[in-house]
Design a protein around this ligand. Structure first.
Ligand SMILES: Nc1ncnc2c1ncn2[C@@H]1O[C@H](COP(=O)(O)OP(=O)(O)OP(=O)(O)O)[C@@H](O)[C@H]1O
Length: 587
């Protein structure tokens, strides 16, 4: 399955309309309904008060100022003052609520994206760069927050005031109103045609920010190799290139976003000009009053000012939608490794069986071809073979990191795909070639995902370590269980990392234990100790050992030779060595 998040954009396959993007975003606002309605009501109050202002001023001029009745002027000035104070209060409430809504959405979206990432299969992380994912979780969600906390209500307020002012303009004087509003039609046509282009520019800019983040992440996580091979200049150039691209896409997005403003300003000035010319003409004809003209000019301002604001708000809106499209792509991904239903209990003599299994990596050629073999309970199996022969791939299929392209894998006689993840992970333990550690202590890392011992005190745990024979391994760490570990694993050696991974898996006591080159960096004496610990595991535990060092597999009950995507029984250790030598000579 294609999990590449940038694939759709690159192929220009599916273009989503603004409306479709918006609709899918609105679904996520249900929880904020109450606050949104309150903020909307506050916004409505400010909009109505803003709209009422000009008509009151026009009325005061025509009724009281022309008749020199200053009591009336004072009364309406007081009313206007109260209206302005209420508008400030409502505006404050609206801003405060929308700031909270924005933060809630930011919080919920970040959680949703992160939780979704936890559900996605290994393949997804093969196909997407960590930096790009980080940018989606951090930057894109922040763009949406900015839109909600700063732009949405302003956006709605602008539209409401425009509609209200438009109605007033048309009802005060229909021909003058229609003439004044005519430039708005040009604005609408312009916006309609330019918006998709602006959204595309924003999407490109966000994508290049993701690439920039990937580049930083790649060079920072590999800085040791970069320094060791003196590739700093090369990475400097690479970074400069990605940074330049980001700069140019951001400039283009900025230009696109700012295009609305001058056009809107010009057309709104046209509106004002029409009022002045046409309005003064009407006054000279005696069919319009000065008070009405002042109200009219105020409504024209009320109509075109929000329109100008809409220019920048519309740009924020497009940016938020482009960001939302990037987030939505993660949220709508489906795990292509579901648990299949209807598992029937079948009694089987073998713990695990491959039946005619073939496998290809995404976008790759087939690397395993019609493999069949069985692993019995309690036995130790060794998988040997030349580099690139398919050992790790076979082990990954056993641990269901991937599903076969063809054929079936049976665990206890049932399709491995029918086991819930937790149950499968309990049954099959897997130590990777490069163990991954989390920041914390050795204890945290050993008990990672271990429900049984998580709450044990160090004293109680020490007894478990004595029973399982792991205590000697802890001596390899300065402060035992309390030794600090950071996620880069820089403070400890590669061999120590492998020991942590080993202890982690032995404590879980799985039915099937896969060690993929798990002792490659461990000295021979410690390796013998590990062997003893493995012997202490329950007699029913099946072990699969993948190793290049042949002494590691001396105790195996059976040896499989893995080469060119085929798995064959090698017979004795001597036969395996011969096969390996022949394989090497042939290659
Ligand atoms: N993530 C991947 N995407 C595409 N191809 C891959 C991937 N991982 C491995 N391969 C390819 O699959 C084939 C088998 O690789 P695999 O890692 O299973 O070999 P191996 O026998 O474990 O090698 P080694 O002894 O070096 O660990 C190789 O040709 C390799 O290039």
């Amino acid at each position: 399955m294609n999990y590449n998040l940038n694939f759709e954009t690159e192929n220009k396959a599916k273009k989503r309309s603004t409306f479709a993007s918006l609709k899918s975003l609105v679904v996520h606002l249900v929880e904020e309904k109450k606050m949104l309605w309150t903020a909307f009501s506050a916004m409505l109050i400010t909009a109505l008060l803003t709209l009422a202002g000009p008509i009151i001023i026009g009325h005061t001029i025509d009724t009281y100022i022309r008749a020199k009745q200053f009591d009336g002027v004072l009364l309406f000035s007081g009313i206007l003052l109260i209206m302005y104070i209420v508008a400030v209060g409502a505006g404050y409430l609206q801003t405060k609520l929308m700031g909270t809504v924005g933060q809630h959405i930011l919080f919920a979206l970040r959680n949703a994206v992160f939780n979704k990432l936890q559900e996605l299969p290994y393949d997804f992380f093969n196909q997407n760069k960590a930096g790009d994912l980080i940018s989606r979780i951090n930057n894109d969600t922040e763009n949406i927050n900015q839109f909600f906390s700063q732009s949405l209500m302003q956006f709605m307020r602008s539209i409401l005031i425009m509609i209200g002012a438009g109605i007033f303009l048309l009802s005060i004087h229909l021909p003058l109103g229609a003439a004044t509003l005519s430039p708005a039609i040009i604005i609408w046509i312009f916006t309609h045609f330019v918006s998709p282009w602006v959204k595309k520019r924003n999407a490109e800019s966000l994508k290049s920010t993701g690439n920039l983040s990937s580049e930083v992440q790649e060079s920072l996580s590999n800085f040791k190799v970069i320094v060791a091979f003196d590739r700093r200049d090369y990475f400097r150039k690479r970074f400069a290139e990605v940074n330049r691209y980001n700069y140019s896409t951001s400039v283009k997005a900025g230009v696109a976003n700012n295009l609305f403003m001058p056009v809107y300003t010009f057309l709104s000035n046209m509106g004002q000009l029409i009022v002045l010319a046409f309005g003064i003409y009407l006054i000279t004809q005696g069919s319009f009053t000065i008070g009405l003209l002042i109200s009219f000019i105020a409504y024209v301002t009320s109509f075109y000012n929000p329109l100008r604001q809409l220019a920048s708000l519309w740009a924020n809106f497009q940016l938020a939608l482009a960001a939302w499209d990037r987030i939505r792509k993660i949220l709508t991904l489906e795990n292509n490794m579901p648990v299949v239903a209807d598992r029937e209990s079948v009694t089987s003599s073998s713990l695990l069986a491959f039946k005619d299994v073939s496998f290809s990596y995404p976008n790759g050629t087939e690397v395993l071809h019609r493999i069949s073999f069985e692993l019995e309970r309690g036995k130790t199996y060794a998988f040997v073979g030349p580099t690139g022969g398919g050992k790790t791939t076979t082990a990954s299929l056993i641990a269901r990191i991937y599903d076969p392209s063809k054929g079936t894998i049976l665990l206890n006689g049932c399709d491995i795909q029918s086991y819930p993840h937790e149950e499968r992970v309990k049954k099959i333990g897997f130590i990777l070639q490069e163990p991954f550690l989390f920041s914390g202590t050795v204890r945290d890392n050993i008990l990672y995902g271990n429900e049984a011992y998580r709450e044990y005190s160090n004293k109680k745990l020490a007894q478990v370590f004595r029973d399982t024979g792991l205590e000697k391994l802890l001596e390899r760490f300065d402060r035992g269980l309390d030794t600090k570990v950071d996620d880069t694993g820089d403070g400890i050696s590669l061999g120590q990392k492998q020991l942590i991974a080993f202890m982690r898996i032995v404590l879980r006591q799985p039915d099937l234990l896969i060690l993929d080159e798990a002792t490659a960096n461990i000295d021979t004496i410690t390796e013998k100790l590990l062997d003893k610990i493995l012997q202490k595991l329950p007699a029913s535990t099946t072990k699969v050992i993948i190793a290049h060092r042949l002494n590691t597999i001396a105790n195996a009950d059976e040896i499989f030779f893995v080469n060119s995507g085929k798995v064959t029984r090698a017979g004795s250790l001597e036969d395996a060595v011969n096969m390996l030598m022949r394989g090497k000579m042939a290659s």
